[in-house]
Design a protein around this ligand. Structure first.
Ligand code: 6PG
Length: 258
């Protein structure tokens, strides 16, 4: 794999097929990380798109292909709400997946939704620094979503957090909602070995076209700033989300029986 150069765009017939491919990627990256480093550090996205992937990972065959005792789970972003709040990204992952696989609470590292946003961001960064303990903070796999406005994680258009080059996690306040968030920053995201953006549905077709094939406008389209320095970037999308993409050799269309 050429360093920092591998961008893989794969289009699946539907959300189910994309979710199965994402679950397969999780299993493959987990196996590779465990062989190389004896542990697998993954950061999950929020939103609804990953739900089906989570459900698949909670059941055979995917569930039986992961050495859960060596998996360490983090989040790419989180809303500043209590852990049992339905808006919590960690709440969804626990409900449909993590509570159903043999993984201990000590391996699950949610953002502290009960702290004030800045304290929660500082605490999460301290956790990450302690976890990576002097090594490069390189996640083996980070899942991200894509908002219709071009945001990813909680890295929103024209937000000052896009300029953050030092902190690994930061608090995000949005004018249009009173729901503060904590997000990993691009300096941390782009040190990952693999980043996979999961995008489905016709509503994302316009923004996916702009992000992947439009002019480079990263302040308006923050997802354009996702680029692992020496890792691989996967776009796993369904045909509805890919419907406006111009076909070219960089885009692989995966058929049902792949
Ligand atoms: C969040 C997410 C956010 C999400 C996108 C896509 O906390 O909201 O991290 O970045 O991934 O908004 O959301 P959907 O998957 O629901 O379309």
């Amino acid at each position: 794999m050429k360093l920092g150069a591998q961008v893989v765009i794969q289009v699946y017939p539907d959300k189910e097929a994309m979710s199965r491919a994402a679950a397969e990627l999780f299993v493959e990256q987990a196996g590779q990380a465990l062989r190389l480093r004896g542990r697998f550090c993954v950061a999950l996205s929020g939103g609804n798109t990953p739900r089906r992937m989570y459900e698949l990972l909670a059941q055979p065959p995917f569930r039986d292909r992961v050495a859960w005792a060596q998996v360490q789970v983090f989040w790419g972003d989180e809303r500043c709400v209590p852990a049992d709040d339905p808006r919590s990204n960690a709440h969804l992952a626990r409900q449909v997946w993590l509570d159903q696989v043999p993984i201990s609470p000590q391996q699950i590292h949610p953002v502290s939704g009960n702290l004030p946003p800045e304290a929660a961001a500082r605490a999460y960064e301290a956790l990450l620094k302690s976890f990576f303990a002097g090594q490069p903070p390189s996640f083996d796999l980070i899942f991200l979503g894509l908002g219709e406005d071009g945001h990813t994680a909680s890295l929103f258009p024209d937000h000052e957090v896009l300029n953050e080059q030092v902190r690994w996690a930061a608090e995000v306040y949005l004018a249009e909602t009173d729901l503060p968030r904590v997000t990993l920053t691009f300096p941390l995201i782009n040190q990952a070995a693999v980043v996979a953006l999961l995008v489905t549905g016709a509503a994302k077709a316009r923004v996916l076209k702009e992000v992947l094939q439009g002019p480079r406008e990263p302040r308006r389209l923050p997802a354009q700033l996702v680029h692992p320095q020496s890792g691989a970037l996967f776009w796993l999308v369904d045909q509805e989300a890919a419907s406006q993409l111009q076909k070219n050799p960089d885009i692989k269309f995966i058929s049902d029986d792949a």
